[in-house]
Design a protein around this ligand. Structure first.
Ligand code: ATP
Length: 204
């Protein structure tokens, strides 16, 4: 059983996430891919959309692919969202599963800042998607034996930050279709008036 774990704030989920997830499904021959929205991403500065909205948008984005699952455990957990806790729980539930942790190149470079990252990389295979230029592993990570697979996907120049900026500037979500978010997610954003009045200190 090969299980992919795809964490993120998904604020909102977008076509870059979908491209990464579809590439991982095919390239790694995953039996299932669990999308895990983070409750309180402990490295984040901006205020996230409510958990229920982010879960609903992920549900809308993944509908139609039976191997994609929404895993809400981090939304239910109190305190900061640590990927290691999620990995430990999944390995206790499914001891036979081989776990692949899906991340973009930006998070790969930041991995040595993650909570208990040495333990984490000992438990999973990293599946890294390019986001622009492919870079060598960061030196701290290179010094630690770890398994890594590069996902062969063309770069998708989309970020949730850019989408939030577009919406905060008054752009309609439907206008983002199909370049940045799937149509079901755009409709959800419009219906619930998300991201219209926020200031977002994250760099684009
Ligand atoms: P933000 O702009 O708010 O930082 P984001 O677009 O990076 O958000 P996240 O929910 O933080 O989205 O990302 C979850 C995971 O998906 C991370 O590992 C991130 O690297 C990866 N990812 C996000 N967008 C892309 C993309 N366009 N191409 C490849 N990987 C991506």
């Amino acid at each position: 059983m090969r299980v992919g774990l795809f964490g993120g704030s998904f604020d909102p989920p977008h076509v870059g996430h979908l491209q990464l997830a579809r590439t991982a499904l095919a390239h790694l021959a995953l039996d299932e891919l669990r999308w895990v929205p983070a409750g309180q991403p402990w490295q984040r500065q901006h205020r996230l959309a409510d958990s229920e909205h982010r879960a609903a948008m992920v549900r809308a984005a993944i509908a139609g692919e039976p191997r994609f699952l929404l895993d809400e455990r981090e939304l239910r957990r109190s305190g900061p969202s640590y990927t290691l806790d999620t990995v430990r729980e999944l390995q206790a539930e499914r001891p036979e599963a081989e776990l692949y942790l899906l991340i973009g190149e930006d998070q790969y470079q930041r991995l040595p800042t993650w909570h208990a990252w040495r333990q984490l990389v000992g438990r999973v295979t990293l599946a890294v998607a390019g986001r622009g230029a492919v870079r060598p592993p960061p030196p701290a990570l290179e010094a630690v034996p770890h398994r890594v697979e590069r996902l062969p996907m063309p770069p998708v120049d989309v970020s949730a930050t850019a989408i939030r900026a577009h919406l905060a500037a008054g752009g309609p979500a439907q206008g983002l279709v199909p370049a940045m978010v799937p149509p079901e997610v755009a409709r959800y954003i419009d219906r619930h008036h998300l991201y219209t009045d926020r200031t977002d200190p994250d760099p684009a």
